[in-house]
Design a protein around this ligand. Structure first.
Ligand SMILES: Cc1cc2nc3c(=O)[nH]c(=O)nc-3n(C[C@H](O)[C@H](O)[C@H](O)COP(=O)(O)OP(=O)(O)OC[C@H]3O[C@@H](n4cnc5c(N)ncnc54)[C@H](O)[C@@H]3O)c2cc1C
Length: 448
């Protein structure tokens, strides 16, 4: 049955849902507070698709690492201490999730989502003629110190045990695999299944495709509130049957009892109420603000990160890479070179912090000695917010308190990697199908 679907948020998550929902014959409207060329996390990121990332942000040792790094103004991780109930609540939940058991349960979920998402990207590359520059050649994680290489090799072993190929390399092997730049590293890990792409070109390809397929875009339309409605449904034994209007007809004919289900419709800043069969919140780091006033609890912090893009780099690698100690990502993007890094949990202020930018830039000549700080002197830094849940897992699925409301957000540093599979799974849920991957751990009501 074809439905009308409203998606709040035009980032990679919103557009991926729109893509798969349109494919299933639904009528999709994307509601976006920005204009057609507005900025968002989905544009300036490092563009990596990383099945190698199987560990959630909430992992053993993260609290100690965070505390250690907090005192260095150029460090890649920072939590601004402040008396904020949301931050305190998030921090306590984060600490509780930093256990080996949580990692062991989450890693296979990340693996399944990432590999399925990678396949979606392959399909999109075929369908769109790879206009978004998908490069399927792998990722290098590079270390300068023995401790870092040892830790990276341990993670690589865990990845291998979950079926993700990973090779430990010496400095010579790194040079052989990526000869386009001179490296100053001790060694690294090569993850051949990882990929990279140009996020900007991906977003514009999706946008063009969706418009051509009849999806509507309500630009400059901010959702600021909600209005409740009611719908009569058969008294449900489970969530799935509750939303099937066909079963409602069957139930009435069979004389079964019915009940009122609560529906929810977004209200825009202009005072308009947008009605639809289904509503999906995909507002990235500000999703909790979008959900304000609803019976939903989406603990979230915006993890601010920065990127700098060299338009004409003096050297251009083929592979993307992570500088392990510096926690900096480096991605060749269609002739340009992008550096990205830093995770600042400091509210949603987009202001650029020059010390963190210095921290990212200083790492570059340490790993790639052919580059100097001077190479970046005219580059404008970009900032964006990763939507970070306290347990490091996204929120994907229906909300139990409303018959027509779903959530798809909280992908932290993996929103590009997991965008397409999130869209595919949401489209299955909205079409009353069994999602192809078990989403129990990603239940958006898990903190309710
Ligand atoms: C420096 C950096 C590097 C990164 N590198 C990678 C990477 O290599 N690989 C990877 O997988 N991920 C990476 N990420 C993470 C990735 O960018 C995010 O996870 C992803 O972009 C989140 O997408 P989204 O659609 O949830 O949010 P967004 O892209 O933020 O989109 C949300 C949209 O919702 C809209 N919106 C919000 N509120 C409202 C409202 N009330 N009404 C209407 N519209 C609203 C916003 O305007 C916005 O356009 C990186 C992030 C950063 C910061």
């Amino acid at each position: 049955m074809s439905k009308s679907i409203l998606i709040i948020g035009g980032g990679i998550i919103g557009l991926s849902i729109a893509y798969y929902a349109t494919e299933k014959g639904h009528h999709v409207t994307v509601v976006e507070r920005g204009g057609p060329t507005h900025d968002m996390a989905s544009l300036g990121n490092a563009g990596m698709i990383v099945p190698s990332h199987i560990t959630p942000l909430a992992a053993p040792g993260m609290v100690q690492t965070g505390l250690r790094m907090m005192w260095n103004s150029e460090s890649p991780f920072y939590i601004k201490p402040r008396l904020d109930a949301g931050l305190i609540d998030w921090g306590l939940k984060f600490m509780r999730a930093c256990t080996p058991e949580h990692v062991a349960k989450s890693s296979p979920v990340f693996r399944d989502l990432s590999l399925a998402s990678r396949q979606c990207y392959e399909n999109w590359a075929d369908e769109f003629g790879n206009v978004f520059g998908l490069v399927r050649k792998g990722l290098l994680e590079l270390s300068k110190t023995p401790e870092s290489l040892h830790e990276a090799a341990h993670t690589a072993e865990q990845a291998r045990q979950l079926g993700i190929p990973a090779e430990v390399l010496t400095a010579e092997q790194v040079a052989q695999i990526e000869p386009n730049v001179r490296w100053d590293v001790l060694g690294g890990i090569y993850y051949p299944r990882d990929c990279h792409l140009s996020p900007m070109m991906l977003m514009s390809a999706l946008h063009r495709h969706l418009e051509a397929r009849g999806a509507q875009f309500l630009w400059n339309t901010e959702v600021v509130g909600w209005e409740e409605g009611k719908r009569q449904e058969p008294r449900a034994k489970n969530q799935e049957s509750r939303t099937k209007s066909q079963e409602y007809g069957d139930a009435k004919q069979a004389g079964l009892s019915t009940q009122d289900s609560v529906l929810i419709f977004p209200k825009t800043a202009a005072g308009e109420v947008l009605r639809a069969d289904e509503v999906v919140i995909a507002g990235g780091a500000v999703s909790p603000h979008v959900a304000r006033g609803l019976k939903l609890n989406l603990p979230m912090q915006g993890g601010k990160g920065y990127s700098l893009t060299l338009r004409q780099p003096k050297k251009l690698p083929v592979l993307c890479a992570l500088f392990a100690e510096a926690r900096v990502a480096m991605t060749p993007m269609q002739g340009t070179l992008r550096l990205g890094g830093t995770m600042e949990i400091a509210g949603l202020d987009p202001k650029i912090n020059p010390a963190r930018i210095r921290g990212i830039l200083k790492s570059v000549p340490k790993y790639m000695p052919e580059f100097t700080l001077d190479d970046f002197k005219d580059v404008q830094p970009w900032a964006g917010f990763r939507p970070c849940s306290p347990d490091g897992l996204p929120y994907i699925g229906r909300s139990r308190n409303y018959a027509n409301l779903s959530v798809a957000t909280g992908h932290a540093m993996l929103g590009i990697s997991l965008g397409p599979i999130t869209g595919k799974l949401m489209a299955q849920i909205l079409s009353e199908e069994q999602p192809e991957i078990d989403l129990t751990m990603l239940n958006p009501d898990r903190y309710l």
